[in-house]
Design a protein around this ligand. Structure first.
Ligand code: SAH
Length: 235
């Protein structure tokens, strides 16, 4: 059978990452994670279903993949982490429950786990990452999962992505000290921005809603994300 280079690459990734054959243990561990999310107050079935059907182990290096269904953030290299499932569920749920997800901007793609989750519930997702090798890895992961409604950009995401806006929802998965003005400026009327704000000691997860010229701010809970840094890295 003839296969293109891209298809061959995906096939070898599927085999390497064991996407097709997930063992019973793993299935049980995944159900346990779902129970934990529900215990912590995640009650949106659409979000829980997407978390259930998104294989988190493919986003991790093999050495860590056995911990993929623990409710913790884990290292992905370059001093960055894959987000904790509870936080991914919480942020996704807050955006899903509060309005349209037709056009979504994500800042901080990382390995693409949050991107994959939100892409299943959104019309189109635009995602920006400042570290090139992570963005490339995310592209491969999302191709593997057939998330075809995602566009990627290698850039400093604190500037947003104005050419593709305005957005119904903006999700930022790295924490600035102050909310970047550019992101607020790219919210559609009725649009929501969810963003952790603060320093290393911990941050407040904020949900900001634009209504006409007014912005309404809510603080959801304390979280801990890596910092939002300026500039971009090629390596
Ligand atoms: N969304 C990821 C979390 C990745 S951690 C997940 O689902 O697991 C946060 C990511 O934000 C890191 O990859 C980091 O490189 C990126 N980041 C930090 N500052 C950024 C900026 N100014 N623009 C774009 N990405 C940024």
């Amino acid at each position: 059978m003839y296969r293109t280079r891209a298809e061959q690459e995906i096939q070898s990734l599927i085999e390497k990452k064991n996407l097709s054959g997930i063992g019973m243990t793993s299935q049980r561990t995944r159900e346990r994670l779902l129970g934990r999310l529900m215990d912590q107050g995640i009650d949106c079935m659409a979000v829980l279903d997407v978390i259930r059907s998104t294989p988190r182990h493919i986003f991790l290096d093999e050495a860590l993949s056995h911990r993929a269904y623990e409710d913790v953030a884990l290292p992905i290299g370059h001093n960055q982490t894959i987000s904790q499932p509870y936080v991914v569920a919480r942020m996704t749920e807050a955006l899903f429950k509060s309005g349209s997800l037709d056009r979504v901007l994500e800042i901080g793609t990382g390995c693409g786990y949050q991107t994959a989750v939100i892409s299943r519930l959104a019309g189109r997702v635009f995602t920006v990452e400042r570290i090139k090798p992570l963005l490339d890895r995310a592209k491969k992961n999302l191709r593997l999962l057939k998330c075809r409604n995602v566009e990627f950009k290698h850039d400093d995401g604190s500037l947003g992505w104005s050419e593709r806006g305005p957005y119904d929802a903006i999700i930022t998965t790295a924490a600035p000290q102050h909310i970047p003005r550019e992101l607020l400026g790219q919210l559609a009327d009725g649009g929501r921005l969810i963003i952790p704000v603060g320093g290393d000691a911990g941050q407040e997860l904020k949900l900001i809603t634009r209504e006409g010229d007014e912005l309404h701010e809510q603080t959801l809970e304390m979280v801990r994300f890596v910092p939002l840094l300026s500039g971009q890295l090629q390596h």
